[in-house]
Design a protein around this ligand. Structure first.
Ligand SMILES: [Zn+2]
Length: 87
């Protein structure tokens, strides 16, 4: 019993070095920006942020920062730019 638990702890340490094993399907976060705090979320393959810039552009500095910080743990569609910013 105890030795199998130790095995799990060892495995967790290895897994923690391999973030690409994890893909977030959704999450919510509080983002403390320079001017104010915003609620950022990702669900059903869509980002959302409570800042004004997001309302107009469909992305914002908060989301772009999270895309960089969490790059290895986000699904491909979460890393794409919104359609209106392409070409
Ligand atoms: Zn924002």
């Amino acid at each position: 019993m105890k030795s199998s638990f130790i095995g799990k702890v060892e495995k967790a340490k290895r897994y923690a070095q391999e973030p690409q094993r994890v893909t977030f399907s959704g999450f919510a976060a509080e983002f403390r920006g320079e001017n104010s705090t915003h609620q950022v979320s990702y669900a059903n393959e869509k980002w959302h942020c409570t800042c004004r810039f997001f309302a107009q552009w469909g992305t914002c500095s908060h989301i772009m920062a999270l895309q960089q910080v969490m790059a290895s743990m986000l699904p491909q569609e979460a890393l794409a730019s919104p359609e209106e910013l392409k070409g």
